[in-house]
Ligand binder design. Structure first.
Ligand code: CA
Length: 423
Protein backbone atom coordinates (compact mmCIF):
# COMPACT_ATOMS: atom_id res chain seq x y z
CA UNK A 1 0.00 0.00 0.00
CA UNK A 2 1.33 3.42 -0.95
CA UNK A 3 1.22 6.03 1.81
CA UNK A 4 0.87 9.48 0.22
CA UNK A 5 2.45 11.44 3.06
CA UNK A 6 5.63 9.30 2.87
CA UNK A 7 6.54 10.49 -0.65
CA UNK A 8 10.27 11.38 -0.44
CA UNK A 9 9.83 14.01 -3.17
CA UNK A 10 7.50 16.18 -1.04
CA UNK A 11 8.83 19.64 -0.17
CA UNK A 12 7.30 22.03 2.32
CA UNK A 13 6.85 25.80 2.28
CA UNK A 14 7.82 25.74 5.97
CA UNK A 15 11.55 26.11 6.53
CA UNK A 16 12.82 22.67 7.51
CA UNK A 17 16.49 22.19 8.34
CA UNK A 18 18.08 19.00 6.94
CA UNK A 19 18.90 17.66 10.41
CA UNK A 20 15.41 18.18 11.84
CA UNK A 21 13.52 15.19 13.20
CA UNK A 22 10.27 16.67 11.96
CA UNK A 23 10.40 16.61 8.18
CA UNK A 24 7.30 16.76 6.00
CA UNK A 25 7.56 12.94 5.66
CA UNK A 26 7.19 12.52 9.44
CA UNK A 27 4.15 14.40 10.85
CA UNK A 28 4.12 12.82 14.32
CA UNK A 29 1.19 13.36 16.69
CA UNK A 30 1.29 14.84 20.19
CA UNK A 31 -0.62 16.97 22.70
CA UNK A 32 0.55 20.44 23.78
CA UNK A 33 -0.34 23.19 26.18
CA UNK A 34 0.60 26.86 26.33
CA UNK A 35 -0.55 29.99 28.17
CA UNK A 36 -3.92 29.90 26.34
CA UNK A 37 -4.52 26.25 25.49
CA UNK A 38 -5.03 23.62 28.17
CA UNK A 39 -4.55 20.66 25.82
CA UNK A 40 -4.87 20.37 22.06
CA UNK A 41 -3.67 17.68 19.69
CA UNK A 42 -0.87 18.79 17.39
CA UNK A 43 1.74 17.63 14.92
CA UNK A 44 5.39 18.65 14.64
CA UNK A 45 6.87 20.20 11.51
CA UNK A 46 10.37 21.71 11.50
CA UNK A 47 10.59 23.92 14.57
CA UNK A 48 6.83 24.35 14.84
CA UNK A 49 3.74 22.57 16.07
CA UNK A 50 0.43 22.78 14.24
CA UNK A 51 -2.72 22.90 16.37
CA UNK A 52 -5.10 20.27 14.96
CA UNK A 53 -8.09 21.68 16.83
CA UNK A 54 -7.54 25.03 15.11
CA UNK A 55 -7.17 23.28 11.73
CA UNK A 56 -10.46 21.48 12.27
CA UNK A 57 -12.30 24.64 13.37
CA UNK A 58 -11.01 26.51 10.34
CA UNK A 59 -12.49 23.70 8.18
CA UNK A 60 -9.23 22.30 6.84
CA UNK A 61 -10.38 18.75 7.62
CA UNK A 62 -13.77 19.03 5.91
CA UNK A 63 -12.93 16.11 3.63
CA UNK A 64 -12.29 13.80 6.61
CA UNK A 65 -15.08 12.43 8.78
CA UNK A 66 -14.06 13.59 12.28
CA UNK A 67 -16.14 14.00 15.46
CA UNK A 68 -16.35 17.52 16.91
CA UNK A 69 -13.84 18.28 19.75
CA UNK A 70 -11.72 15.22 18.90
CA UNK A 71 -8.55 17.36 19.00
CA UNK A 72 -9.32 19.18 22.25
CA UNK A 73 -9.31 15.96 24.29
CA UNK A 74 -6.64 15.54 26.95
CA UNK A 75 -5.15 12.53 25.16
CA UNK A 76 -4.99 11.15 21.61
CA UNK A 77 -6.78 7.89 22.48
CA UNK A 78 -10.15 8.79 20.92
CA UNK A 79 -8.46 10.09 17.78
CA UNK A 80 -6.31 6.97 17.46
CA UNK A 81 -9.39 4.80 18.05
CA UNK A 82 -11.02 6.25 14.91
CA UNK A 83 -8.82 3.79 13.03
CA UNK A 84 -5.96 3.94 10.57
CA UNK A 85 -8.13 4.92 7.62
CA UNK A 86 -9.05 8.15 9.43
CA UNK A 87 -5.71 8.90 11.11
CA UNK A 88 -4.01 8.29 7.76
CA UNK A 89 -6.42 10.68 6.02
CA UNK A 90 -5.60 13.33 8.64
CA UNK A 91 -1.85 12.84 8.18
CA UNK A 92 -2.23 12.91 4.37
CA UNK A 93 -4.29 16.10 4.55
CA UNK A 94 -1.74 17.85 6.80
CA UNK A 95 1.00 16.72 4.44
CA UNK A 96 -0.97 18.24 1.54
CA UNK A 97 -1.42 21.55 3.34
CA UNK A 98 2.32 21.73 4.01
CA UNK A 99 3.54 21.06 0.46
CA UNK A 100 4.89 23.95 -1.60
CA UNK A 101 2.28 23.41 -4.29
CA UNK A 102 -0.65 23.90 -1.88
CA UNK A 103 -1.49 27.58 -1.26
CA UNK A 104 -4.58 27.18 0.98
CA UNK A 105 -2.83 27.75 4.30
CA UNK A 106 0.44 29.03 2.88
CA UNK A 107 -1.28 32.21 1.65
CA UNK A 108 -3.55 32.74 4.64
CA UNK A 109 -1.59 34.64 7.25
CA UNK A 110 -4.52 34.98 9.67
CA UNK A 111 -5.03 31.22 9.72
CA UNK A 112 -1.34 30.49 10.00
CA UNK A 113 -1.22 32.64 13.14
CA UNK A 114 -3.99 30.57 14.71
CA UNK A 115 -2.50 27.22 13.70
CA UNK A 116 1.27 27.43 14.17
CA UNK A 117 3.23 27.74 17.41
CA UNK A 118 6.97 27.66 17.84
CA UNK A 119 8.00 24.47 19.67
CA UNK A 120 9.89 26.53 22.25
CA UNK A 121 6.63 28.32 23.17
CA UNK A 122 4.66 25.19 24.03
CA UNK A 123 4.86 22.44 26.58
CA UNK A 124 4.35 18.89 25.35
CA UNK A 125 2.08 16.66 27.42
CA UNK A 126 1.72 12.90 27.78
CA UNK A 127 0.15 12.09 24.38
CA UNK A 128 -1.94 9.08 25.38
CA UNK A 129 -3.68 7.72 28.40
CA UNK A 130 -1.76 4.50 28.98
CA UNK A 131 -4.07 1.91 30.44
CA UNK A 132 -1.57 -0.92 30.50
CA UNK A 133 2.16 -1.05 29.98
CA UNK A 134 4.22 -4.12 29.17
CA UNK A 135 8.00 -4.24 28.90
CA UNK A 136 9.74 -6.88 26.81
CA UNK A 137 13.32 -8.14 26.92
CA UNK A 138 13.92 -8.65 23.22
CA UNK A 139 17.45 -7.54 22.39
CA UNK A 140 19.71 -10.56 22.15
CA UNK A 141 22.83 -8.54 22.91
CA UNK A 142 21.26 -7.07 26.05
CA UNK A 143 19.93 -10.41 27.28
CA UNK A 144 23.32 -12.04 26.58
CA UNK A 145 25.24 -9.30 28.42
CA UNK A 146 22.97 -9.53 31.46
CA UNK A 147 23.14 -13.33 31.40
CA UNK A 148 26.94 -13.24 31.26
CA UNK A 149 27.17 -10.81 34.19
CA UNK A 150 24.63 -12.40 36.52
CA UNK A 151 24.47 -16.04 35.53
CA UNK A 152 26.61 -18.15 33.27
CA UNK A 153 29.11 -16.59 30.81
CA UNK A 154 29.02 -19.81 28.76
CA UNK A 155 25.24 -20.15 28.77
CA UNK A 156 24.02 -16.58 29.00
CA UNK A 157 20.54 -16.98 27.54
CA UNK A 158 17.92 -18.87 29.52
CA UNK A 159 16.35 -21.86 27.71
CA UNK A 160 13.09 -20.02 26.84
CA UNK A 161 14.70 -16.88 25.42
CA UNK A 162 14.88 -17.83 21.73
CA UNK A 163 11.44 -19.45 21.80
CA UNK A 164 9.29 -16.60 23.08
CA UNK A 165 9.60 -12.83 23.61
CA UNK A 166 10.08 -12.62 27.38
CA UNK A 167 8.29 -9.70 29.07
CA UNK A 168 6.66 -8.45 32.25
CA UNK A 169 3.68 -6.27 33.06
CA UNK A 170 4.91 -2.83 34.11
CA UNK A 171 3.36 0.11 35.89
CA UNK A 172 1.57 2.78 33.78
CA UNK A 173 0.93 5.28 36.60
CA UNK A 174 4.55 6.45 36.77
CA UNK A 175 5.18 6.96 33.05
CA UNK A 176 5.94 10.64 32.45
CA UNK A 177 6.56 12.69 29.34
CA UNK A 178 10.03 13.95 28.41
CA UNK A 179 11.27 16.89 30.48
CA UNK A 180 10.15 15.62 33.89
CA UNK A 181 12.23 15.16 37.03
CA UNK A 182 12.02 12.45 39.62
CA UNK A 183 13.70 11.63 42.90
CA UNK A 184 16.17 8.81 43.22
CA UNK A 185 14.12 5.90 44.55
CA UNK A 186 14.59 4.36 47.97
CA UNK A 187 14.24 0.70 48.71
CA UNK A 188 15.62 -2.52 50.10
CA UNK A 189 19.02 -3.70 49.05
CA UNK A 190 21.15 -6.54 50.28
CA UNK A 191 24.84 -5.98 51.04
CA UNK A 192 26.99 -9.09 50.59
CA UNK A 193 27.10 -11.16 53.79
CA UNK A 194 24.83 -8.79 55.75
CA UNK A 195 21.08 -8.48 56.29
CA UNK A 196 19.04 -6.25 53.93
CA UNK A 197 19.07 -2.47 54.46
CA UNK A 198 16.74 0.38 53.48
CA UNK A 199 17.93 3.57 51.78
CA UNK A 200 18.42 5.49 48.52
CA UNK A 201 19.26 3.35 45.49
CA UNK A 202 23.00 3.48 44.78
CA UNK A 203 22.93 2.04 41.28
CA UNK A 204 20.46 4.14 39.28
CA UNK A 205 20.44 3.23 35.59
CA UNK A 206 18.70 4.08 32.34
CA UNK A 207 17.44 1.58 29.77
CA UNK A 208 17.46 2.69 26.14
CA UNK A 209 14.16 1.50 24.70
CA UNK A 210 11.44 2.30 22.22
CA UNK A 211 7.76 1.53 22.72
CA UNK A 212 4.79 1.03 20.46
CA UNK A 213 1.31 2.37 21.12
CA UNK A 214 -1.72 0.17 20.52
CA UNK A 215 -4.06 1.71 17.93
CA UNK A 216 -6.93 -0.78 17.90
CA UNK A 217 -8.54 -2.65 20.79
CA UNK A 218 -9.28 -6.36 20.92
CA UNK A 219 -11.86 -8.33 22.85
CA UNK A 220 -10.86 -10.79 25.53
CA UNK A 221 -10.26 -14.15 23.89
CA UNK A 222 -9.08 -12.60 20.62
CA UNK A 223 -5.52 -12.99 19.34
CA UNK A 224 -3.54 -10.85 16.92
CA UNK A 225 -1.43 -12.64 14.30
CA UNK A 226 2.03 -11.43 13.32
CA UNK A 227 0.66 -10.68 9.83
CA UNK A 228 -2.18 -8.50 11.21
CA UNK A 229 -0.14 -6.92 14.03
CA UNK A 230 0.68 -3.70 12.16
CA UNK A 231 -3.05 -2.87 11.96
CA UNK A 232 -3.02 -2.74 15.78
CA UNK A 233 0.09 -0.58 16.19
CA UNK A 234 -0.51 3.16 15.83
CA UNK A 235 3.06 4.34 16.22
CA UNK A 236 6.26 4.41 18.24
CA UNK A 237 8.00 6.56 20.84
CA UNK A 238 11.36 6.60 22.62
CA UNK A 239 11.31 5.19 26.11
CA UNK A 240 13.57 5.14 29.17
CA UNK A 241 12.82 2.34 31.61
CA UNK A 242 14.65 3.79 34.63
CA UNK A 243 16.06 0.99 36.75
CA UNK A 244 17.43 0.69 40.29
CA UNK A 245 19.97 -2.10 39.84
CA UNK A 246 20.72 -2.71 43.52
CA UNK A 247 17.03 -2.94 44.42
CA UNK A 248 16.47 -5.17 41.38
CA UNK A 249 19.21 -7.65 42.32
CA UNK A 250 17.63 -8.32 45.70
CA UNK A 251 13.93 -8.25 44.80
CA UNK A 252 13.63 -9.85 41.36
CA UNK A 253 13.48 -13.53 42.35
CA UNK A 254 11.27 -15.35 41.58
CA UNK A 255 8.70 -13.05 39.91
CA UNK A 256 10.84 -10.45 38.12
CA UNK A 257 11.03 -6.64 38.17
CA UNK A 258 8.93 -4.71 40.70
CA UNK A 259 10.03 -1.64 42.74
CA UNK A 260 13.32 -1.45 40.82
CA UNK A 261 11.31 -0.31 37.80
CA UNK A 262 7.99 1.25 38.79
CA UNK A 263 9.26 4.50 40.35
CA UNK A 264 9.58 6.33 36.99
CA UNK A 265 9.63 5.77 33.23
CA UNK A 266 10.06 8.44 30.57
CA UNK A 267 8.51 8.59 27.09
CA UNK A 268 9.06 11.03 24.23
CA UNK A 269 6.07 13.31 23.47
CA UNK A 270 5.72 12.62 19.73
CA UNK A 271 4.12 9.43 18.45
CA UNK A 272 5.76 8.71 15.11
CA UNK A 273 3.18 6.73 13.14
CA UNK A 274 4.05 3.23 12.02
CA UNK A 275 3.11 4.53 8.55
CA UNK A 276 5.93 7.10 8.68
CA UNK A 277 8.38 4.36 9.71
CA UNK A 278 7.48 1.97 6.85
CA UNK A 279 10.17 3.29 4.44
CA UNK A 280 12.84 2.34 6.99
CA UNK A 281 11.94 -1.32 7.35
CA UNK A 282 14.87 -3.74 7.25
CA UNK A 283 15.24 -7.48 7.46
CA UNK A 284 14.52 -9.02 10.84
CA UNK A 285 17.06 -10.93 12.93
CA UNK A 286 17.68 -14.42 11.58
CA UNK A 287 15.98 -16.49 14.23
CA UNK A 288 17.54 -19.85 14.99
CA UNK A 289 16.04 -22.19 16.17
CA UNK A 290 12.91 -21.77 14.11
CA UNK A 291 10.08 -20.19 16.07
CA UNK A 292 6.64 -21.74 16.56
CA UNK A 293 4.18 -21.04 13.72
CA UNK A 294 2.23 -18.32 15.61
CA UNK A 295 5.46 -16.30 15.85
CA UNK A 296 6.49 -16.66 12.20
CA UNK A 297 6.10 -13.72 9.86
CA UNK A 298 6.90 -12.70 6.30
CA UNK A 299 8.62 -9.57 5.00
CA UNK A 300 10.89 -7.03 6.65
CA UNK A 301 9.80 -6.44 10.19
CA UNK A 302 12.70 -4.67 11.84
CA UNK A 303 13.12 -0.91 11.52
CA UNK A 304 16.37 0.98 11.07
CA UNK A 305 16.12 3.53 13.89
CA UNK A 306 19.39 5.14 15.01
CA UNK A 307 19.36 5.60 18.75
CA UNK A 308 21.63 7.47 21.10
CA UNK A 309 21.90 8.17 24.80
CA UNK A 310 23.50 11.25 26.32
CA UNK A 311 24.28 12.08 29.94
CA UNK A 312 24.23 15.73 30.91
CA UNK A 313 25.63 16.57 34.36
CA UNK A 314 24.21 19.55 36.28
CA UNK A 315 25.32 22.74 34.43
CA UNK A 316 27.55 20.64 32.15
CA UNK A 317 27.75 19.61 28.53
CA UNK A 318 26.01 16.42 27.41
CA UNK A 319 28.20 13.43 26.48
CA UNK A 320 26.99 10.68 24.17
CA UNK A 321 27.49 7.37 25.98
CA UNK A 322 25.67 4.92 23.70
CA UNK A 323 24.83 4.63 20.03
CA UNK A 324 22.51 1.75 19.22
CA UNK A 325 19.84 0.82 16.67
CA UNK A 326 16.36 -0.69 16.87
CA UNK A 327 17.31 -3.04 14.00
CA UNK A 328 19.30 -5.17 16.48
CA UNK A 329 16.08 -6.45 18.06
CA UNK A 330 15.79 -10.25 17.98
CA UNK A 331 12.01 -10.21 18.49
CA UNK A 332 10.00 -7.72 16.42
CA UNK A 333 7.08 -5.62 17.65
CA UNK A 334 4.76 -7.82 15.56
CA UNK A 335 6.00 -10.96 17.30
CA UNK A 336 5.73 -9.30 20.71
CA UNK A 337 2.12 -8.35 20.05
CA UNK A 338 1.24 -11.79 18.64
CA UNK A 339 2.78 -13.44 21.68
CA UNK A 340 1.13 -11.01 24.11
CA UNK A 341 -2.34 -11.83 22.76
CA UNK A 342 -1.94 -15.51 21.82
CA UNK A 343 -3.59 -16.55 25.09
CA UNK A 344 -6.56 -14.22 24.51
CA UNK A 345 -5.27 -11.30 26.59
CA UNK A 346 -7.08 -8.21 25.30
CA UNK A 347 -5.32 -4.94 24.43
CA UNK A 348 -6.73 -1.40 24.43
CA UNK A 349 -6.02 1.72 22.43
CA UNK A 350 -3.26 3.63 24.21
CA UNK A 351 -1.63 0.57 25.76
CA UNK A 352 2.13 0.79 25.62
CA UNK A 353 4.50 -2.06 24.85
CA UNK A 354 8.17 -1.28 25.35
CA UNK A 355 10.93 -3.09 23.48
CA UNK A 356 13.26 -3.87 26.34
CA UNK A 357 16.79 -2.44 26.46
CA UNK A 358 18.17 -2.12 22.93
CA UNK A 359 21.84 -3.08 22.86
CA UNK A 360 23.88 -3.69 19.73
CA UNK A 361 26.77 -6.16 19.37
CA UNK A 362 29.56 -3.62 20.05
CA UNK A 363 30.48 -2.17 23.41
CA UNK A 364 29.56 1.42 22.45
CA UNK A 365 26.10 0.17 21.45
CA UNK A 366 25.06 -1.11 24.87
CA UNK A 367 21.77 0.36 26.08
CA UNK A 368 22.34 0.65 29.85
CA UNK A 369 25.07 1.75 32.25
CA UNK A 370 25.02 -1.78 33.66
CA UNK A 371 26.39 -3.02 30.35
CA UNK A 372 28.41 0.06 29.30
CA UNK A 373 30.43 -0.02 32.54
CA UNK A 374 30.11 -3.79 32.93
CA UNK A 375 28.50 -3.62 36.38
CA UNK A 376 30.54 -0.56 37.30
CA UNK A 377 33.94 -2.15 36.64
CA UNK A 378 34.84 0.08 33.66
CA UNK A 379 33.54 3.63 34.33
CA UNK A 380 32.69 6.03 31.50
CA UNK A 381 34.41 9.40 31.24
CA UNK A 382 32.21 12.42 30.50
CA UNK A 383 33.28 15.59 28.66
CA UNK A 384 33.64 17.50 31.94
CA UNK A 385 36.23 14.97 33.12
CA UNK A 386 33.97 13.29 35.67
CA UNK A 387 33.35 9.56 35.65
CA UNK A 388 30.15 7.56 35.80
CA UNK A 389 29.53 3.98 36.83
CA UNK A 390 25.81 4.62 37.09
CA UNK A 391 23.63 7.77 37.09
CA UNK A 392 24.50 10.52 39.61
CA UNK A 393 22.09 12.89 41.33
CA UNK A 394 21.14 15.83 39.07
CA UNK A 395 22.23 14.05 35.88
CA UNK A 396 19.88 14.41 32.93
CA UNK A 397 19.62 11.41 30.61
CA UNK A 398 18.58 12.16 27.04
CA UNK A 399 17.56 9.56 24.47
CA UNK A 400 17.32 10.56 20.81
CA UNK A 401 16.27 8.56 17.77
CA UNK A 402 15.90 9.02 14.03
CA UNK A 403 15.61 7.15 10.73
CA UNK A 404 17.47 8.30 7.65
CA UNK A 405 17.22 7.15 4.05
CA UNK A 406 18.45 9.31 1.17
CA UNK A 407 17.41 12.85 2.02
CA UNK A 408 14.47 11.80 4.16
CA UNK A 409 14.90 11.97 7.90
CA UNK A 410 12.15 10.93 10.31
CA UNK A 411 12.93 11.43 13.98
CA UNK A 412 11.42 11.15 17.42
CA UNK A 413 12.71 14.25 19.19
CA UNK A 414 13.95 13.73 22.73
CA UNK A 415 13.11 11.55 25.68
CA UNK A 416 14.79 13.20 28.65
CA UNK A 417 14.50 13.26 32.41
CA UNK A 418 16.55 14.49 35.36
CA UNK A 419 17.35 12.38 38.39
CA UNK A 420 17.08 14.47 41.57
CA UNK A 421 18.52 13.38 44.92
CA UNK A 422 16.44 11.05 47.09
CA UNK A 423 14.06 12.74 49.53
CA1 CA B 1 13.37 -2.63 30.47
Amino acid sequence: MEIKANNPALKSWIEIKPDTDFSIQNIPFGVYKDSQIEHHACIAIGEYVMDLNALQHLHYFNGVNLPAHIFSAKHLNDFIALGKQTTRAVRDRISDLLTVENKELQNNEAHRKQIFRHQSDVQMLLPVHIGDYTDFYSSIDHATNVGKMFRDPENALLPNWKHLPVGYHGRASSIRVSGHRFHRPKGQTKPTDAPPVFGPCKLLDFELETAFIIGKSTKMGESISTEKADDYIFGMVLFNDWSARDIQTWEYVPLGPFLAKNFASTMSPWIVTLDALEPFRVEGYKQDPKVLPYLEYTGNKNIDINLEVLIQPENGEATMVSESNYKYMYWTAEQQLAHHTVNGCNVNVGDMMASGTISGPDKHQFGSMLELTWRGTTPIKLKDGSERKFINDNDTVIIKGHCKKGNVRVGFGECKAKALPAV
